[in-house]
Write a protein that binds this ligand. Structure first.
Ligand code: ZN
Length: 311
């Protein structure tokens, strides 16, 4: 079955763009791999963070809107986004987050692995998980104190809070070809085949009102497709086995995407691995220049004038 080998990216909403850029670059130590605009609203940024080369399974993206109201967590939402770090790295991370004044919880254990929950400046729920790194990721070592024995190695996975996990589970198993590999209390773990980064989705039942999107909310999560044919096969299964319709394919410059809302309310995307982030600038200088899709290049001067300064 042509399925999905893991998460491609996670996209969230942030407040102040400069604060968002500093936090993920300097504190979490991700590489800023693409500075572009929201293709549907080119007067605002779209930031992409990831590993050293922008690998699928490592990409966290943001729509930073300076005046975004805070989100409210609820049902039908991503409740946590987990980064993978090497085994033994969490002691150093606890110290680092405390020194930098980052709001963090206490280390717990999940499926036999140590987990450190923390929040970004907008309240987005994050965690660092030891020993769950996948293949195909090149950790970014461009930040002092964050070398390969500590640095984030892509996503471990995400936790989705939904009213009825069985219906969301059907998308993961019947459309994406994932397997329910473990249960830990109320947490059901689904795993993609292949051992890549971002291969876990945990489902928890949430008896709450739907969340309200805002700063600190995850907007959608994207799953990998190895090719257009794989993407089309998943869209077909979605329709034939679950009666759900995806959008027509949209060209996002760095990948080609379809979207649908899964039965639990979370917005899912299926994104192709190609062409990737080196399509419009060299890997050596990823993220340094504002990159615009062809349809906006003629308006570059006007767009640069309205975007908030980041320096
Ligand atoms: Zn997306």
């Amino acid at each position: 079955m042509l399925g999905s080998s893991g998460l491609h990216h996670v996209t969230a909403i942030a407040g102040d763009p400069r604060r968002n850029l500093r936090f993920y670059s300097d504190v979490v130590g991700l590489r800023f791999v693409k500075k572009t605009v929201n293709f549907d609203d080119p007067g605002t940024y779209h930031f992409y963070f990831g590993d050293a080369v922008g690998s699928p399974g490592s990409i966290l993206t943001f729509f930073p809107w300076a005046n975004a109201a805070p989100g409210r967590i609820g049902a039908g939402e991503t409740h946590e986004t987990a980064f993978a770090v090497p085994t033994g790295a969490l002691d150093a991370w606890e110290m680092r987050l405390a020194e930098l004044g980052v709001e963090a919880g206490v280390v717990t254990e999940r499926f036999g692995h140590r987990v450190l929950p923390f929040r970004d400046p907008d309240g987005m729920r994050l965690s660092l998980v030891e020993g769950e790194a996948g293949e195909g990721v090149t950790p970014w070592e461009g930040v002092d104190g964050l070398k390969g024995d500590i640095a984030v190695a892509g996503f471990a996975g995400v936790t989705l809070g939904v009213a009825d996990p069985a219906r969301t589970a059907a998308v993961l198993t019947d459309v994406f070809g994932w397997t329910n590999t473990a249960v830990d209390g109320g947490r059901r773990r689904f795993e993609a085949p292949g051992g890549g980064a971002g291969r876990f989705v945990d489902l928890v039942a949430v008896d709450a009102a739907p969340g309200r999107l805002g700063a600190g909310s995850v907007h959608h999560i994207a799953f990998r497709a190895a090719s257009d044919a794989d993407q089309a096969a998943m869209v077909k299964r979605l329709r034939e086995t679950l009666g759900l319709q995806a959008t027509p394919q949209k060209d996002r410059n760095y990948f080609r995407s379809v979207y649908f809302r899964e039965p639990g309310g979370v917005l899912f995307e299926i994104a192709t691995d190609d062409p990737g982030f080196a399509i419009d600038e060299p890997v050596a200088t990823l993220g340094e220049r504002l990159m615009l899709p062809a349809q906006y290049e003629a308006q570059r001067e006007r767009i640069e004038a309205v975007l908030p300064a980041l320096g």
